[in-house]
Ligand binder design. Sequence first.
Ligand code: FAD
Length: 416
Amino acid sequence: MKNQYDLIVIGGGAAGMVAAGIASERGAKVLLLEKNKELGRKILISGHTRCNLTHDESNIRELIKAYGDNGAFLFSALNNFPPQEIMNFFENLGVKLKIEDDRRVFPRSDSSQEIVNSLIKYLKNNKVEIKTLAQVKNIFKDKTNITGVELENGELFNTTNLLIATGGLSYPGTGSTGDGFKFAKNLGHTITPTIPSLVPLKIKETFVKDLQGLSFSDIEVSLYQNNKKITKKIGDILFTHFGISGPMILNLSKQVITARKNGNVELRINFKPKQNEKQLDLFLQKIFHDNGKKTIKNIWDNFLPSKFVGIMLDLADIYPEKLANSISKEERKKILEILHDLKLTVVGDMGFEQAIVTSGGVDLKEIDPKTMQSKLIDNLYFAGEILDIDGITGGYNLTVAWGTGYTAGNSLALPL
Ligand SMILES: Cc1cc2nc3c(=O)[nH]c(=O)nc-3n(C[C@H](O)[C@H](O)[C@H](O)COP(=O)(O)OP(=O)(O)OC[C@H]3O[C@@H](n4cnc5c(N)ncnc54)[C@H](O)[C@@H]3O)c2cc1C
């Protein structure tokens, strides 16, 4: 029958494409509906357009730690389609891959377009019917099951199974505008509160603007609230015109946003975590002594970037032309504090517009982790970022999309 499918997938992102292809490989008649003109818009911008498609971790128990408390839900899905299988899947589609030092996996071409092209080829080889510029407006249900969908233009399609893979709310320009949350809610599902995650932070102190563009590796950042340390992380940060970003800050952002609901939070930066306070103080004394006849602004060669030195001296209220051997103990203490405990007040975040992922979503208690099937409606499935799962940076979020998409596509009941 025309317009009758075994599976309709709403959303042509990472999760939807894999699910559609897998179901079709199993013999299902599949229709993939995508509201954009093209498939995989978010994949294209992922990994700075290089697409960090997964993380090379074969131990699933280790892997699921990257997703915090909700990670346990992923145990089956990521066993079904673990990183090694994800890599095999793409290599079988002709994409050559590489594993970088930090175990992030990329296409050797460094081109996210190659990943999208390979998925489109996969869908076409498996005869998935693809409809773009097809925004789903309504989902129809009889007493117990989903029966079909309606597009914005009024077109109707019937189905025996429906997968909602519409993504979350982050980077809405890619098509993730939260439609799926509305659909899920209307169908009786609970949506746990959504917040941006992996998002840059806004900082009150205006001097950060002057540090814009500077990045630091292997520094320690501690999150404080009411003078109490909540957590600390070591990694890389980047100063921007509004505040701070960089992998470690992105990974910390969810905790910062959650903590801010209970009041102000502060980040304390230790630029030299390998030296304790005493060691750093001795080091400062030594360089001030060894370079005594030089101006204080000119003695930091390989130790600090020159842009930072100017700001540091300004914050410490030290005249940059002062000779190093005339720096007082109090002035040295001020430098020490800036290097070991620079306080930054978080005043906000860059929101869903710049969040790599959405935290919160369809409540996992209402989804079968072995199949991605709704526990409320038998022929309804969810996959990808729409679920209340989010991971840190490093290829973990696409891993969820592939893993849950694969599981849904492989689980749905097909007509005999
Ligand atoms: C800038 C950026 C960089 C990233 N880099 C990485 C990375 O390198 N590695 C990594 O692991 N993760 C990365 N992520 C996260 C990762 O890309 C996402 O978590 C993942 O793509 C989510 O896949 P999805 O299929 O669930 O959703 P999406 O990719 O958002 O796909 C959902 C699709 O559904 C469509 N849709 C929505 N509503 C409707 C509707 N009503 N009708 C029809 N279609 C609809 C949308 O247009 C969209 O195409 C990045 C994210 C961003 C924003």
